[in-house]
Design a protein around this ligand. Structure first.
Ligand SMILES: NC(=O)c1ccc[n+]([C@@H]2O[C@H](COP(=O)([O-])OP(=O)(O)OC[C@H]3O[C@@H](n4cnc5c(N)ncnc54)[C@H](O)[C@@H]3O)[C@@H](O)[C@H]2O)c1
Length: 258
């Protein structure tokens, strides 16, 4: 059998937020590519039903607890070949819903916690001389689509990934960023509970005429962790059905007169 550079047989990947909508697809896609998966989440129940080789539990809003939990895992089980930093959370939809506490809380979960989780792993990967990280950021890191505090955190992940790429590249560590557009996961439940027809308003913004699936996001992360991406580091890849390519509604409403 010819081994494909797109496969991950014999590799171990640690995935945070593994029990969420995109997280579950990440686990399935990495398993399909041949990797063993360590699932990380807030509580064990979130990981029910997943095909995992191990698990790590922490509240990513608490950086000290997050770092301690990862350090215990590294000491007991060694360093994974790859990490997907995927856990995330936002409830403050626009500036009117942001104050100092909300800003601090959304930065804590989405940026500070992601740093606390990955920093000990980056150090161990650098010592080993190999490793790959993927940060699940958002189109909100590229342009403003609401959720201002979350967006600042997601843009911070881009800067952090580039710091790893530049400063740890010489030690064999790669870091890349995936920026999903809207994905129908439990992260949308609270919005759809308030307005069940909301997705009808989302679709006209997307050049492909649809949202992306969790699997399409996961496939990009698998690619970045594979040898097929061995020369790629410090990049930011939108998986967004064309959202950030331009403004479809401007073209439709102003120029095509639709
Ligand atoms: N769904 C979208 O439209 C969308 C778009 C762009 C980016 N993203 C990003 O994709 C990632 C996954 O989102 P999703 O749509 O699967 O959401 P989700 O709500 O289904 O899953 C989020 C996961 O993160 C975990 N998590 C949240 N807070 C945590 C905490 N304090 N400690 C530990 N774990 C915590 C949850 O338990 C869950 O497993 C997030 O980083 C999100 O920002 C999602």
């Amino acid at each position: 059998m010819t081994s494909s550079p797109f496969r991950l047989d014999g590799k171990t990947v640690l995935i945070s937020g593994a029990g969420g909508g995109i997280g579950r697809s990440l686990v399935a896609s990495f398993r399909a590519a041949g990797a063993a998966v360590i699932g990380a989440d807030r509580e064990a129940g979130m990981l029910d039903g997943l095909d995992l080789a191990g698990q790590v539990l922490f509240d990513q809003a608490d950086p000290k607890a997050t770092r301690a939990s990862i350090e215990r895992h590294l000491a007991a089980f060694g360093v994974p070949d790859a990490v997907v930093s995927n856990a995330g959370f936002s409830r403050a939809e626009h500036l009117g819903q942001v104050d100092d506490d909300v800003w601090a809380s959304e930065l804590a979960i989405n940026l500070n916690g992601a740093y606390a989780m990955t920093d000990p792993i980056v150090a161990a990967m650098a010592e080993r001389g190999a490793g790959s990280l993927v940060f699940i950021s958002s189109v909100n890191a590229i342009a403003h689509y609401g959720n201002p505090a979350y967006s600042a955190a997601k843009a911070g992940l881009v800067a952090y990934a580039k710091a790893i790429a530049v400063e740890r590249g010489g030690e064999g560590v790669r870091a890349n960023v995936v920026c999903p557009g809207s994905v129908r996961t439990p992260a949308w439940d609270h919005r759809l509970a308030a307005d069940p027809t909301l997705l009808d308003n989302v679709l006209p913004h997307y050049p492909l005429g649809r949202m992306v699936s969790p699997t399409e996001v996961a496939n990009a992360a698998v690619f970045f962790c594979s040898d097929a991406a061995s020369g790629i580091t410090g990049t930011v890849l939108p998986v967004d059905a064309g959202l950030t390519a331009g403004n479809l509604r401007f073209v439709d409403e102003v120029l095509r007169g639709k």
